[in-house]
Design a protein around this ligand. Sequence first.
Ligand code: GTP
Ligand code: MG
Length: 474
Amino acid sequence: DAAAASAATITLPPPPPPPPSKQLNMVVIGHVDSGKSTLMGRLLLHAGKVDARTMHKYTQESQQLGKGSFRFAWVMDQSEEERERGVTVEVGTAFFSSGTRAVNVLDAPGHRDFVPNMIGGAAQADLALLVVNASNGEFESGLSGQTREHIVLAKSLGVQRLLVAVNQMDCAQWSEERYDQIRLALAPLLEQAGYRSPPPAFIPLSALEGANIARDTRPASGLEWYQGLSLLEEIDNVVPLHRSSTVGTRLAISDAFRHTATSALGALALTGTLQAGTLEVGQRLLLLPAQETVVVRSLQSRGEAVTEATAGDHVEARLAAASSSFDPSSVGIGSVLCDPLRPVALATRVEVQLKALGMLLTKGQPFELHSNAGGEVACTLRKFIASVDRRTGLQLNDAKAPRCLAPGGIAVVYLQLESPMPLERHSDCRQLGRIVLRQAGETVAAGLVTAIVRSTASARQKHKGRGSAQELST
Ligand code: GTP
Ligand code: MG
């Protein structure tokens, strides 16, 4: 009997794994060709998200195009253009579970032409995985390219944690000296950007070989000197951002499309990150800036149908618009789905605490404003209000307002937006209260929204009386 009992014990299925704790949104950033998509392809393969047959197909088809080295990147780079050019254009998303964490991957493009897309990815993230190429000369050209810009953007957009994947170590003979050199070059940049505590970990690895991705994928030799954790172990240790939920529901939309499952008019599907509050099937919400009332028909999160999602979740939602004439093409990246009773402001003029990053800022200058919801709008620097002490962050009230702002300086300014954009005060909702300014393909400033100075009527106002601009006392 004892033998039978123990045999029975042995054949019992293992207990189900504990449900993964909160979802972690991870944006993968870094200079073009550092190996971001290859690394994500490898991670997804390791997590069992890509089957052998599909991988075999990618290998054969990429070889036929003469781009066999991009086989793992094809897991993320799915469009024809991306595969032919061998560069990521749009932020690719995927989902996997790592030990204790449910990870939503946002694979950003590294090419300088696609920084606006990268901004949309970073705006949704809790963690940035910075990928650098350890090969001789390549790390250095990345430093003068997008490596630095991406670090600053990630921090400016509110990504609190950062890890560094020192990739392509196979091309650097797994050299400890090279690893140290890269660490020493990057550490001051990261510290300056504000990634201080904890100091970012540097994980030596090879995406192409799949080495040091997980504890059981250490290279056979060459990495004896490394005492740290593997990439997946480091990811597992990151605690997702705490998202405030006092303002009501806020879903920052990253993609929208007409869904084909139903031919109903006004049917819309979208993906995005729930930045605050909760989202439920049946919930009535306001879509901005389209100003359309919608109802949630169904929800997907972590690859499964769910009835409710909470702040931090990356979701796919199917919606029905109240008006059948609603045009889904008016919804896109930068749109926000929010609580109709506590709507997000559709700002036309904002007060921002602005930090100049790379050039002198003067009154009247035009910029592209990128919001933390991923949207983009033309704006003008209208007015300097006050300067801010760089050390204390306090507004200098007694001083005269500055006339210009030198790189590194901070000032409170008014920005005039060319068209209304959903924005919030940073103190109300950290996730929707950050902006960056770009000009001629360069990131030139980053800021926190301190007041909505002017906004067009949204939600309730719309129903009371149409479209009149109103002053908000702030
Ligand atoms: P963008 O998205 O366009 O910025 O590029 P990416 O950073 O996603 O790089 P991608 O994954 O497309 O890889 C670029 C090239 O680097 C491909 O040819 C890869 O095979 C190669 N590569 C990536 N990781 C490694 C590595 O660890 N070792 C070696 N030897 N090559 C690698
Ligand atoms: Mg890529």
